[in-house]
Design a protein around this ligand. Structure first.
Ligand code: NAD
Ligand code: DAO
Ligand code: ZN
Ligand code: ZN
Length: 370
């Protein structure tokens, strides 16, 4: 078939909207009509050329929601008409990783997904002249239609709006999951969140859900404070307006440091600040942000010797086929909020404008509706 997509032809250039060829689903695969997709910082990271795995031409996008159109041979858990959310972290339920409750990093299709192809080693997308186009994070939601492995699709209820639940495909689950699955925050905790963008706001609402008492938000942009307060932030700190050391300021504000701290910036200097503003003896710091190629984190080892713990999380530690339908229920039941964070709704033709607004700090989440 032919479909319309935003194609990333090369790093650092705007994407081009064009008709592309899409081959039908092979064994174990599913053809999905994408109804809506969010624009995440990670798409921008890859488009910029900073992503060591980034390869072009590719169809980016990993935060989508849509409807199953056709299933390939052997697919048993989905049928045409099902509503689905694509999963960049699949859940095969049978690999060594899926069988270990300590991780959500299913490895069943890791090698081919990282190479931008389907599990049989080929791409379903091509230009009209036949040049193959790579898949991205196994999802490619910047295409109106896409093909995914069955194990990379969460089946969700049909009454949930696509233009909101697409955000559960990355930002919402990553932020809330970092609190609940990775940090396992207890009622009454003190927490510090660095970066109040599309991920950090969801960390904040996860902390409220978990019953944290003090929720400190840190951002260099004052404009992020109002929304963060709406989602449960109790104190705001702009490091550019603090006299002296930001870590010392945060340790004093929290009476010794955060029981839990989170980096949602991707900046390695901030990651160090987050670790060092965790409480001596027991504070845990969770890295969510993705740093540029070749960047490294550092701290004095004594920070860990004295009881702080440094860990990281991918997709909020969520096992997508199991957890994502539950998070959609939480949204539909009013336990979590999504709507205020979706600040802009765009047509596919306007997708590059969405990334311009992200760079300018004007949007939280822009969503493309097909
Ligand atoms: P975003 O651009 O919406 O938000 C980043 C925020 O950090 C902005 O509000 C910005 O003002 C703030 N910031 C920048 N520098 C700062 C500093 N020095 N101190 C304090 N605040 C600062 O981005 P996002 O969509 O929220 O993504 C955040 C990070 O999370 C990115 O690195 C992204 O790639 C990553 N991410 C990780 C996962 C995962 O599974 N681990 C999933 C999705 C996104
Ligand atoms: O299993 O080795 C692996 C890689 C899993 C990829 C997880 C990616 C999570 C972080 C990227 C940000 C997603 C938007
Ligand atoms: Zn994302
Ligand atoms: Zn698996």
């Amino acid at each position: 078939m032919r479909t319309t997509a935003a194609v990333a032809l090369e790093a650092g250039k705007p994407m081009e909207i064009m008709e592309v060829n899409l081959d039908g689903p092979k064994a174990g695969e599913v053809l999905v009509e994408i109804k809506a997709t969010g624009l995440c910082h990670t798409d921008d990271f890859t488009l910029s050329g900073a992503d060591p795995e980034g390869a072009f031409p590719a169809i980016l996008g990993h935060e989508g929601a849509g409807v199953v159109v056709e299933v390939g041979p052997g697919v048993t858990s989905l049928e045409p008409g099902d509503h689905v959310i694509p999963l960049y972290t699949p859940e095969c339920r049978e690999c060594e990783y899926c069988l270990n409750p300590k991780t959500n990093l299913c490895q069943k299709i890791r090698a081919t997904q990282g190479a931008g192809v389907m599990p049989d080693g080929t791409s379903r997308f091509s230009m009209l002249d036949g040049t193959p186009i790579l898949h991205y994070m196994g999802c490619s939601t910047f295409s109106n239609h896409t093909v995914l492995p069955e194990i990379a699709l969460a089946k969700v209820r049909k009454d949930a709006p696509f233009d909101k639940i697409c955000y559960i495909g990355c930002g919402v689950t990553t932020g809330i999951g970092a609190v609940i699955n990775t940090a396992k925050v207890e009622i009454g905790s003190t927490a510090i969140v660095f970066g109040l963008g599309g991920i950090g706001l969801n960390v904040i609402q996860g902390l409220r859900l978990a019953g944290a008492d003090q929720i400190v938000g840190v951002d260099i942009n004052d404009g992020k404070a109002e929304m963060a307060t709406h989602f449960g932030m109790t104190h705001f700190v702009n490091p550019t307006k603090v006299d002296g050391d930001i870590v010392a300021h945060l340790v004093e504000l929290t009476g010794g440091g955060g029981d839990y701290t989170f980096d949602a910036t991707g900046n390695v200097t901030v990651m160090r600040q987050a670790l060092e503003s965790a409480h001596k003896g027991w504070g845990e710091s969770v890295i969510i942000g993705v740093a540029g190629a070749g960047q490294e984190i550092s701290t004095r080892p004594f920070q860990l010797v004295t009881g702080r713990v440094w860990r990281g999380t991918a997709f909020g530690g969520a096992s997508g086929r199991t957890d994502v339908p539950k998070i959609v229920d939480w949204y539909m039941d009013g336990k979590i909020e999504i709507d205020p964070m979706i600040t802009h709704t765009l047509k596919l033709e306007e997708i590059n404008k969405g990334f311009d607004m992200m760079h300018a700090g004007e949007s939280i989440r822009s969503v493309v509706v097909y």
